[in-house]
Unconditional design. Structure first.
Length: 321
């Protein structure tokens, strides 16, 4: 695993076929998201950015094999925004090649910056690892959801992945612990969902017959009668924001720990479970003719919670009315 670079490090990148003919200013803007355009232009005109050691104009067109010097430019971020915690990339990488990256995203880590965060996973990858400066998210996971996250290292890879996602050629499976006895016959929910709207500082989605079609599939894995909880396997056939969370809540079985769409939270602090119990356990697709399948094992606190439930050991739910 490559060592991360700091923002104070000058980078030298080699232009590949994907960027041939691009203007230098557009090339920089795609690499340095968050840096104001004015700052990029000053860096080019002042000679901080160079191509093959020569000064160039913002409209200079790149050729294959050009060596581009990129100075350490600071992102334009609110002073009050917070950083995410430390990222141990080696520990969370499930797969990596020259086109794809699959991570076991930890809970609590946003996939991108915003909403009071200086940076998310994608910004930290682009800024911290020079060889991944073109990294893009193929899809998203909620901040409090852990598990398989697919990223593209090149534009062509991203286009292929988006096509596969649109044509439902990517299968993503989740495990969720939900409130109540999930009916074994409830295997499909098809409820249209509204676009996310902001209410009281949080983004919310609601069931809306005039919204976008959304379909989810479910399978009861295990029921814990003493606690009144169910472990459910879930698949989002469509990829709407918060889809599984909203569908489960609409069925009367909100995810344990989901304070946004349910009335319950889980108190199991002695075993480390202080978050939404939703985990992206597997991801499979065909890419460039290859069948690929990845699995992210349940986090330790989830495994311990399930072990305690199977033993009928102290699991308390507290209403938040």
């Amino acid at each position: 695993m490559a060592e991360p670079a700091t923002r104070r490090t000058v980078r030298h990148l080699i232009v590949d076929s994907e960027d041939v003919g691009r203007r230098v200013d557009n090339y920089l803007a795609s690499l340095l998201r968050g840096v104001p355009r004015g700052r990029l232009y000053r860096a080019v005109r002042g000679g901080e950015v160079r191509v093959n050691s020569a000064r160039i104009s913002p409209g200079h067109r790149l050729c294959k094999g050009d060596r581009v010097r990129i100075p350490p430019l600071q992102l334009s971020l609110p002073a009050t925004a917070r950083h995410n915690g430390a990222l141990d990339l080696a520990a969370i990488t499930l797969y990596s090649d020259h086109e794809l990256l699959v991570l076991d995203k930890p809970a609590g880590l946003a996939v991108h910056g915003g909403s009071g965060l200086r940076d998310g996973l994608i910004e930290r990858l682009r800024n911290g690892y020079p060889q991944w400066c073109r990294m893009e998210l193929a899809h998203r996971l909620d901040r409090d959801t852990s598990g398989c996250l697919l990223l593209a290292r090149r534009g062509e890879a991203l286009r292929q992945l988006h096509t596969a996602l649109r044509e439902r050629g990517v299968s993503r499976s989740y495990l969720a612990l939900v409130v109540g006895a999930w009916p074994p016959t409830l295997r499909r929910i098809s409820l249209a969902l509204s676009r996310p709207t902001r209410c009281a500082g949080t983004r919310r989605v609601r069931v809306d017959s005039a919204g976008r079609p959304a379909e989810s599939r479910f399978r009861l894995c295990e029921y814990f009668p003493a606690a009144g909880l169910s472990l459910v396997a879930a698949k989002a056939v469509t990829g709407r924001t918060h889809q599984l969370r909203v569908h489960m809540a609409a069925a009367g079985h909100p995810i344990v720990g989901d304070n946004r769409y349910g009335d319950w939270s889980c108190r199991f602090a002695d075993r480390g479970l202080q978050r939404q119990f939703l985990h992206a356990v597997s991801l499979s697709l065909r890419y460039s003719g290859r069948p690929l399948r990845f699995r992210a094992e349940l986090p330790t606190q989830f495994r311990r919670a399930l072990e305690s439930l199977r033993c009928g050991d102290g699991f308390a739910l507290t209403s938040h009315h």
